[in-house]
Ligand binder design. Sequence first.
Ligand code: HEM
Length: 494
Amino acid sequence: MDILTSSLIVVSIAWICIQILSSDFRARKSSKLPPGPYGLPIIGNILHLGSNPHRSLAKLARKYGPVMSLKLGSVTTVVFSSPETAKLVLQKHDASFSSRTIPSASKALRHDEFSMVWLPVGEQWRKLRKICKEHMFSTSRLDASEGLRREKLQKLRDYVGECCETGRAVDVGEAAFTTSLNLMSASLFSVEFGQFNSDSSQEMKDVVWGVMESVGRPNLADYFPVLKFADPQRILKGLEFYAGKLIARFDEIIDERLKSRGEKHDLVEVLIDLHQKDGAQLSRDDIKHLLLDLFVAGTDTTSGTVEWAMTELIRNPTKMWKLRNEIRNLIEKNGKVEESDISLLPYLQAVVKETFRLHPVAPFLVPHKAKSDVEINGYIVPKNAQILVNVWASGRDPSFWENANEFMPERFLNENDGVDFKGQDFELIPFGTGRRICPGLPLANRMVHQMLATFVGDFEWRLESMKPQEIDMNEKFGLTLQKVVPLQAIPTKL
Ligand code: HEM
């Protein structure tokens, strides 16, 4: 090719790019889309996401504002990055924004057709939420199942106690995960899935993480519908593999239960009752996919939060000391910490809130979708746009939080006293709020406080070969935000 031809090709490509960019500019102006960075032809702003999209988009929001639009391939995405705008999405316009954008990976095993997480707000979704609320998360159900959680926490205490005797380091996230796993599997179907420090627990952790990562990872097939069937990153295949393992196990559990009804008091028993009373209302597929939702959503969210809390406490020894004193004072008085004692432990509550503020495990919640065009702050959020609420950014917004990047639980006893994570205070909404608020919040609330009280109240912790400030704080982005390097620490019994 001679120099003239190649120059002509370069100039033509540059001209086409300028045309596409200026059409993007014109489209933004004429459609009143919220501002945002200009994207490249075809791929749009995909490269702006980076490996930690919550951080990249928080940075972009500082330039473009708390309502910002992006084009991810062919998908218009609007990102809300402040407490005020989160309130507009999740309270004022909740009805218009409470559907989901369905990731193509969730079509694995037809999960999107049965799952509470992906169903639109409608009759079937309401029915599933009602069943969970009545039979699992109501105060009376949770009080009745406290004994089960006490038993699992004792196993955690025994396991950490053994590590004290041998001087072995504990993988804190793994130990918390095994506890959550056993608690969930015992409440759902009276089976214990995990053993501490074992291959079976690690395998389960890989499966749960595999599901979370497959659904949460940016997927080209979602941005370019023509790629849906090609599954270029093999994400759909991955989800079929991981979710398939769990669904096959749930199938076996249901079959076994059908042979011996009435002996156990768990969720499967309730679900089979509902199925047998009126199969059309709750099919066997509904049961399996509901178990999958609860099992996956309830395990690594809770254990991930506990691991972040322990990481921050080990990095901040005076805060660890303060928390331990509070818990030990109560143990000296009452002999133990019950779930009803959480209200007597203000510093423990403050530590949990501060962990949710800095490390919300679902930094964008679970993406929502606009049901119709909605006007917000003078911009139009178009019908079918993907909606991301960046709660990670709100949690670090310096106009709401003093020294926003520092771990300071005391703020919740002083200037931010009264701020809670139950959905009323939009600067702290790790569980979301409105119609789609996490239904497992009441259970997670008890589990996180109790696991943390066990780790801190009964043991002292030190690092094996590094200073607290050297702990790796990098995050791994999936549907949930986990530590890249697991926290390993050596316990001593108190
Ligand atoms: C949804 C957070 C524990 C079950 C969600 C959402 C968030 C969240 C942010 C999405 C809200 C939205 O889209 O607006 C958390 C956190 C947890 C936790 C931070 C623990 C620290 C649990 C537990 C369970 C659970 C223990 C059940 C056992 C679910 C389900 C949904 C959900 C089924 C989907 C609800 C729907 O779409 O209607 N959670 N969660 N979560 N969570 Fe949780």
